[in-house]
Every structure is written in C-alpha cells, then in structure tokens.
Design a protein around this ligand. Structure first.
Ligand code: DX5
Ligand code: ZN
Length: 247
C-alpha cells in the first residue's frame, strides 16, 4: 500500500504522511521511469518530486508538463518550478497532474498572483484534493522575505543548495533558516508545512529530520544507480525514528 494513498486534500495527505520524504526523480533512470516509480511505490514513499528547470531561472534545463503527465502513480506529484515567470505556466503543470506546485519567491514579481491562480485550479487526479500551493526560497534569500505571501501558501520549501548545479553539499545555514521560518510562521499564526530540499543524504538525513521539517526532498541519494529501494527505505526509517527519538 503506497504511503500516499488515502483521502482528503493534498495538505491533509501530506500531514498524514509527515514527516515524510519527497523523492526527486531527476536522477532516476529516465529511460525506465515507470520501473523506478514502481520501485518507489513499493517502498511506501508517498510523494515524488519533479524538479522543473528552464535554464533561465537556473543554469540547467530539465523536464516539463509532458514528463509530469507521463508518470502514472498513486504517489502525490510534487512539482518544484525553478522557472522564470511562472504566472502563465502553472496551469500546465496542474493539468499534467501536479498535486503540489511550488514556485520560487524570486521567480515572479507577481508571486501573489501566481499563488491566487494556483488556488483557483482543480486537481485533475481528484477534484477533492485541491492543489497545494508552495513557495520556495533560494539559499541566498532571507526567510523574512516570505512575510508578504504567508497568507496564501500551504507549504514553504527551504532550499539547501543553489539549483542547477549537481552534487552540491547541504548548506550549513539551512537548519537555522528552518528555525527562523518556524518562528515567522508562529508569529503570523500560520499553520504551513515546511520542506527542505537539496543535498540530503543517508549521512545527514538524521540532522535534517531534527530540524522538524514536514517534507524532506532527496533525489540523488535515493536514485544513485545502485539500490533506490534500499535508499528510500533508509530515508523513511530515519524519519520514522525521529518521532520516537527524544526531542
Ligand atoms: C535543486 C533541486 C533539488 C535537487 C535534489 O537542485 O530542487 O530537488 O534536484 O537534490 P539532491 O539530488 O541533492 O537530493
Ligand atoms: Zn527540488
């Protein structure tokens, strides 16, 4: 039974899964994507992460709506848009089956409008789910910059790496930034899910889990070309242990 199954809105499903991993498919075997997705589903992972890069917002070009649509899965589709000017593009990703769409605060001067538009779109997998609205922060953007959009988001993704360069290490300031975000959310009385993305490995998943993040994105440490299933199970177990470890 895939972890991501179950009823309710996307936000309710993510809360029910939490803390959980969202596995980045960028380093999966794209020539055998259905096989690799099935491996993930078999481990109980409930969320698959699609890194969309346009070569403008960051120096890499990856995938678009056709690939998101091509993936058949019961996992939640978590689409991370590292693209310029997403306002007129988010609808295509929702149409492709996105359950959660995360746009970068730095990517559109009208980011509030993007979030309002996302809120008006119907989830094509199941209208009852709704589409969860995320905003992401590059490592160089102060957490306080989120304040103007906190009323419109369901999810905030804190990047631990600069997108578009492979093999980067998890940014040391990230745990403190997650703490600053929690404080900002508490002060704003906003119950928003928190995610961390980039450079998460077997070696540091415990440290990252200890930040209290609800969703931890990990890609190349799972799809390492050796044993994605074992890697995914290791990450899920590490998060499960967080709940039983003393605070
Ligand atoms: C930034 C992306 C990340 C990345 C995953 O590059 O948003 O999701 O692909 O990073 P790793 O492979 O380090 O988990
Ligand atoms: Zn990502």
């Amino acid at each position: 039974m895939t972890e991501g199954a179950g009823g309710g809105t996307v936000v309710e499903r993510l809360r029910a899964l939490g803390p959980t991993v969202s596995v980045g498919m960028l380093t999966a075997d794209l020539g055998n994507l259905a096989r690799d997705i099935a491996v993930l589903e078999g481990t109980g992972v409930g969320v698959v992460h699609f890194d969309v890069m346009d070569g403008c917002f960051c120096p890499m070009t990856t995938i678009g709506p056709p690939v998101v649509a091509a993936v058949r899965t019961s996992m939640l589709k978590d689409v991370h848009l590292m693209i310029e000017a997403p306002l007129r593009k988010v609808a295509a990703y929702v149409q492709a089956g996105a359950d959660l769409v995360t746009v970068h605060l730095e990517s559109d001067r009208y980011v509030r409008r993007v979030l309002v538009e996302l809120g008006d779109l119907e989830n094509v997998n199941d209208p009852g789910r709704g589409v969860a609205r995320g905003v992401a922060l590059l490592p160089g953007t102060p957490v306080a910059a989120l304040e103007p959009v906190l009323d419109l988001v369901d999810y905030v993704l804190v990047l631990a790496v600069d997108p578009g360069w492979g093999g980067q290490r998890f940014g040391p300031p990230t745990p403190q930034r997650v703490g600053e975000l929690r404080t900002l959310l508490d002060e704003a009385r906003r119950d928003v899910l928190v995610g961390v993305d980039g450079g998460v490995t077997r070696a540091n998943i415990g440290e990252v889990a200890a930040t209290g993040a609800d969703v931890i994105v990990t890609g190349s440490a799972v799809f390492d070309g050796v044993d994605p299933g074992a890697n995914a199970r290791f990450m899920l177990d590490a998060l499960a242990r967080r709940d039983v470890l003393p605070a």
